[in-house]
Design a protein around this ligand. Structure first.
Ligand code: BGC
Length: 334
């Protein structure tokens, strides 16, 4: 072998080593590698889910590779394909749009990868476990709070992104909670619209348009989450109505908690992100090791599920978030 060939061979070996170093550690049961595919890290809660998940996985000896699809379902498919080719042991997925993932999940299953549907249900036989909150209950909490703040009047209903299974559950729960008042004729539903991609800017536009359409005669807004509530409250502020019209929410985002304290938002729903992230990491690691997860399970649409409890937060029990270490007193200005 000439010196030249040796050098070329050496370079090739070095290049291959460098390429391997950029990949996650090769899948092994002692140090499982988990791919965490998130719809959209621009929404505050998902960044916190990510941080809690990485910390929990690390405690369990696992490594996490995170991908954000920025609200683009085609990008999410490509990112999951990439995680499969990197030979992750488990995939934990917050789907942008569950039905678009059917084929890529089949591929993952074939490759022996464990699949966890995180917070949002993917109705696929390839999903090993769904971990979320009781989402219909979340919607009921929103509807109940709106009825308490407003037993009578005109309500405008907004729901979350149509591709998100949770959006349907939140709305169903809220409508159930408002049904008696609607049937009595005390509450009139003026109209309903889905907020594409859950974007606050889209909720703002819808709220501005319907306030104009109904001559500001809207007595309450059902907002599916805190981000959309923020958009609606901005539109109300434009009409000097912020604080006069009840608006719901969920996620206990910091800005929303401050609005609740200031009186412009009626409520939010706290869902312990630390719990969902920790339980999901435990399930992922157990499944990879061939163990049966120890948590109590139920079944949702044929998928084995773990459902955690949501909690209503108003101005009256805001200190719960401090007790839960979700925020400090200083952050909330308490
Ligand atoms: C989650 C909510 C979140 C929304 C928008 C839903 O699936 O359950 O907590 O606000 O997506 O990201």
């Amino acid at each position: 072998m000439s010196r030249f060939t040796i050098r070329r061979t050496l370079l090739a070996v070095l290049a291959a080593t460098a390429a391997c170093a950029s990949l996650p550690a090769f899948a092994s049961k002692e140090k499982p590698v988990i791919g965490f595919s998130i719809d959209d890290l621009r929404v505050e809660r998902w960044a916190r889910d990510r941080d809690f998940f990485i910390a929990a996985a690390k405690d369990l000896g696992a490594e996490v590779s995170v991908q954000s699809a920025d609200g683009d379902s085609a990008k999410q498919v490509a990112q999951i394909e990439n995680l499969i080719s990197k030979k992750v042991d488990a995939l934990v997925i917050v789907p942008k749009d569950g039905p678009t993932l059917m084929n890529v999940l089949k591929e993952a299953k074939k490759a022996g990868i464990k699949i966890i549907s995180y917070d949002r249900l993917i109705k696929s036989p390839d999903v090993d476990m769904y971990i979320s909150f009781d989402n219909e209950r979340v919607g009921m909490m929103q509807g109940e709070a709106l009825m308490k703040a407003l037993p009578k009047g005109n309500v405008y209903v907004m729901s979350g992104d149509p591709g998100d299974n949770n959006a349907k559950l939140f709305k169903a729960g809220a409508m159930k909670a408002m049904k008696a008042n609607i049937d009595k004729g005390d509450i009139k539903i003026l109209g309903e619209q889905a907020v594409q991609d859950w974007l606050p800017a889209n909720a703002l536009k819808i709220a501005e348009n319907v306030l104009t359409q109904f001559n500001n005669k809207i007595d309450g807004f059902l907002a599916p989450n805190d981000g959309t509530a923020g958009g609606i409250i901005q539109a109300l502020a434009g009409q000097k109505l912020a604080g006069k019209v009840p608006v719901t929410g969920q996620d206990a985002e910091l800005a929303a908690c401050k609005r609740i304290i200031a009186g412009t938002q009626t409520m939010t729903v706290y869902k312990s992100l630390k719990s969902i992230a920790t339980e999901s990491a435990k399930v992922a690691v157990a499944l990879v090791k061939g163990q049966t997860p120890t948590q109590k399970t139920t079944e949702v649409d044929g998928v084995k599920s773990i459902l955690l409890d949501p909690v209503v937060v108003t101005k009256a029990n805001m200190d719960l978030l401090v007790k839960e270490n979700f925020y400090t007193k200083e952050q909330l200005g308490l």
